[in-house]
Every structure is written in structure tokens, then in C-alpha cells.
Ligand binder design. Structure first.
Ligand code: S3P
Length: 170
């Protein structure tokens, strides 16, 4: 396999609030690649917001759409993919990411994540107490992002700094 061609697609994974979309924007500007924000593409495909999708169709329906949008995006060289925090929950998705792209995990502490996302109404999984939910999700998913080619700790760094650090590994 040719690692060089894999680098035509940079896949950002990591928990909610690690800055995937924001960092993705800087990476896109630096590389000239297009930014594909998977949550936005899912909402577009579904014709409604992510919270509405969870509420009206359920999480499995959302996850199926997520897998679909991920696989379509992985066929587009010259892209930065900002995935949703749960996109790694299916092994199939992880294998596709590793096969088609250069996978970069963004990490952050629970406290840092809580302070970044706050009581976010756009994140259905955080409904009913962000701090408790984030701590529980971090525990549940603590190894889920380990398969990445590279992991970058984002704590105390600006999105611009994180983007520059990723490009140093690139
Ligand atoms: C989710 C993360 C969200 C979004 C959905 C589910 C998750 O994306 O896909 O609310 O399971 O972690 P962000 O990581 O961009 O917040």
C-alpha cells in the first residue's frame, strides 16, 4: 500500500469538543484540500438537524447515515474529513478510515472538553448534563481512538497550533 496516496485524505477522529471541525478548517486552508464536515453532510442528507435526527429516527438510523456519508467521503482525494465523535464505534468504519486515509486522532482531557462544549444543545448525547455524560463517554470510548496513525494532544493549544502540529507529522 502506498502511504503517500492515503495522505490525500486526512481523517480527523476524536471525542466531541476536541476541535475536529475547527482544526479541519485550518488544515483545509493550509493544504488547499476541501473540508468535509460529516455531521453537516449527514444533516444535509437527512434534511434535518442532528438532534432532530436522533429524536425522530433514533441513533441507529443516524449511525447508518454516518457510515454511508463516511464511505462516500473516503472516495474523495483532496479532502479533510471532520468525523463525529462516534464515527469510530463501528469497526467497519475504522477499517475503512485506515484503508483510505491518514487518520489523526485529537485528544483532550474531560475538563477541557467540558469547557469547550458547555451545555451544547446541538449534541443530543450530552442532553441532561454535559459533565457527567462526557466523563461517562470518555470512559466508554477510552481506547476507541487508539487505532489512528497519529495522535495529537490538543489541551491548552489553539486550533491553529494543533493544525500546525498535525502538518509536522504529515
Ligand atoms: C457524536 C458526536 C457528534 C455527532 C453526534 C454524535 C458522538 O459529533 O456526530 O452528536 O457519538 O460522539 P462531534 O464529535 O462533532 O460533536
Amino acid at each position: 500500500e502506498n502511504l503517500q496516496s492515503k495522505r490525500d485524505i486526512i481523517v480527523l477522529i476524536g471525542m466531541m469538543g476536541t476541535g475536529k471541525s475547527t482544526v479541519g478548517g485550518y488544515l483545509a486552508a493550509e493544504t488547499g484540500y476541501r473540508l468535509l464536515d460529516l455531521d453537516a453532510l449527514i444533516a444535509e442528507k437527512a434534511g434535518c438537524s442532528i438532534p432532530q435526527l436522533f429524536e425522530e429516527k433514533g441513533e441507529t438510523y443516524f449511525r447508518d447515515l454516518e457510515t454511508e456519508v463516511l464511505c462516500e467521503s473516503l472516495k474523495k482525494p483532496g479532502s479533510i474529513l471532520a468525523t463525529g465523535g462516534g464515527a469510530v464505534l463501528r469497526d467497519y468504519n475504522c477499517r475503512e478510515m485506515l484503508d483510505c486515509g491518514w487518520v489523526v486522532a485529537l485528544a483532550a482531557s474531560a475538563d477541557e472538553i467540558v469547557s469547550r462544549v458547555g451545555e451544547d444543545k446541538g449534541r443530543p448525547l450530552l442532553a441532561g448534563g454535559a459533565k457527567e455524560r462526557i466523563t461517562a463517554l470518555l470512559e466508554e470510548r477510552k481506547d476507541a481512538y487508539d487505532f489512528a496513525h497519529v495522535t495529537v494532544d490538543t489541551s491548552g493549544k489553539s486550533a491553529e497550533e494543533v493544525s500546525a502540529e498535525i502538518l509536522m507529522h504529515y
